[in-house]
Unconditional design. Sequence first.
Lengths: 237, 98
Amino acid sequence: MPDEPLPRAERNAIVRDSLGVGVATGAYGVSFGAVSVAAGLSVLQTCALSLVMFTGASQFALVGVLAAGGAPFSGALTALLLGTRNTLYGLRLAPLLAWRGGRRLAAAHVLIDESTAMSVTRPTTAAARVGFLTTGVSIFVLWNLATLVGAVAGTTIGDPRHLGLDAAVGAAFLALLWPRLTDLRNRLVALVAAAVALGIVPVSPAGVPVLAAAGVALLAGVLTHGDDPTEFPKARR
Amino acid sequence: MTWTAILLAGVGCYLLKLAGLSIPARVLERPVVERVADLIPVALLAALVAVQVFAHGHTLVLDARAAGLGVAVLLLLVRAPFLVVVFGAALTAALLRL
């Protein structure tokens, strides 16, 4: 793998693009903070989620399940299942980023959708590391600040329903899902999963319908063939 | 209970990230495993949208949240940024409840 120093112009371009993604993504920590306190979590619990879990979809899922009256255990399990995609990102990025020891331990914390997207297509280790770190660290800082702002604001505004925050959660999940709906199989899986979840809402404890939808993914994965065109391109090795 | 769930899931999510950077790629790079892992976020997010918008306790309802979701779809179709989509849906629901 080529590993010569990165030309200044290329480095600056990667940093600029990564910071743009970082600012845009970090800012929506405000909506997570507000939604989380509306779901009944304290400001401290909300901030702990952003600091420790630090992967947006899982965080929204945990508070979404709790808001619907689900058991904390169901919320945690849903968050973990959503977190498995970061494992796949890591598998793709490991040979490209080529970090060992303490640096790998630290890098793992900011391994999320956006830091993967901004590094996995880079041709060299140096370029990939710049994209990964600039995106990951800028999102980490801004996401946590924005979470605190949203959570504090959320505690002062009273009934979240008056502000439509319950509708905001569904919209947030849809916005996270949207980029994955570009091919027919994913659309079908999404429709069937939604139908299965709604179908068992009347007869199961809160939190269970969402977990049952994971079964749809399992079945579809086992029964279908072919690559998923929406996944990130493989890292060049 | 809530704290336990937050910390367990938080540490678990970190370990899932670390595992990806640490496990030799060939261990998980079987097509079936990869397909299932790619489809799990799709299925879970779709189910979360459905339950969040159409469920109220154990009953299914059509209320202001559905209108909010409709607005979210329109905003996503015109490629609006994440925050615009989320607050557009919230605003729609809030206005309908006035």
